[in-house]
Ligand binder design. Structure first.
Ligand SMILES: O=C(O)CCC(=O)C(=O)O
Ligand SMILES: [Fe+2]
Length: 222
């Protein structure tokens, strides 16, 4: 990339990278995936078994075919069912705040928590969570909070087989374990998009998989 190219929200991505990194690395209980190519952390028992179960039931209510910028569902890119939780629900609000506090990010930057359910054969093909700023959708996303910085994703159940979160560039395949929160920085420390965060939800082979995801923007999300 030519040095004169402007990376939208680069300074904010850099700043948020620093804030969250400091906070997570200060806690000896938090596991960091051993790679120097990306910042990926795992927090065990972040959600209790009862909280996981409650979210699973809620996902069964809100889940619809995943809309990932239009055509994705139809093309088989993201075949899971997903849905946003009611952000005003006190239970959802409580968990949402717990994630905000863990990361130390301004709650205003957090998107509504999304739930996802994968049945056998369903998957989320390799992708990056950030927005491609050369795409048409960016003009709208730019105005509703800007680029995505950190992703927080919780596993809500044990999957009989398959359904890993696979970071293919890094060679890390994370098996769903209920209550575990995975957190990663989608940017590099210098605020540019980190290509090594490419990841997939691999196909569920047997059983089902439930997760929740919260993406953080660089600015107030609306
Ligand atoms: O289900 C997974 O393991 C991955 C989900 C994911 O990549 C996302 O929600 O952005
Ligand atoms: Fe993702």
């Amino acid at each position: 990339m030519a040095t004169q190219d402007i990376i939208p929200d680069r300074d904010a991505l850099k700043r948020m990278g620093e804030t969250v990194r400091k906070r997570l690395t200060a806690d000896p209980e938090i596991y960091r995936v051993p790679t120097d190519r990306a910042e990926i952390f795992a927090i065990g028992n972040f959600l209790s078994p009862a909280e996981c179960q409650r979210f699973v039931r809620m996902i069964d209510v809100v889940a619809r075919p995943s809309a990932l910028h239009e055509e994705a569902y139809a093309s088989g890119f993201r075949t899971s069912y997903s849905g946003n939780f009611d952000p005003g629900d006190p239970f959802v609000r409580g968990i949402s705040r717990r994630i905000d506090d863990l990361l130390g990010i301004n709650p205003k930057c957090g998107e509504t928590i999304q739930g996802q359910r994968y049945l056998p054969g369903q998957e989320f093909k390799p992708h990056n969570d950030w927005f491609y700023t050369s795409e048409k959708y960016w003009n709208a996303e730019r105005k509703r909070g800007g680029q995505r910085s950190w992703t927080a994703m919780a596993f809500l159940n044990k999957v009989a087989e398959g359904g890993h979160t696979h970071f293919s560039e890094i060679g890390a395949s994370i098996e769903p374990k209920p209550g575990v929160l995975l957190v990663w920085n989608n940017a590099l420390p210098d605020g540019t998009p980190n290509e090594a965060t490419l990841h997939a939800g691999t196909p569920v082979i047997s059983g089902e998989k439930y997760v929740l995801t919260k993406w953080y923007r660089t600015r107030k999300w609306t």
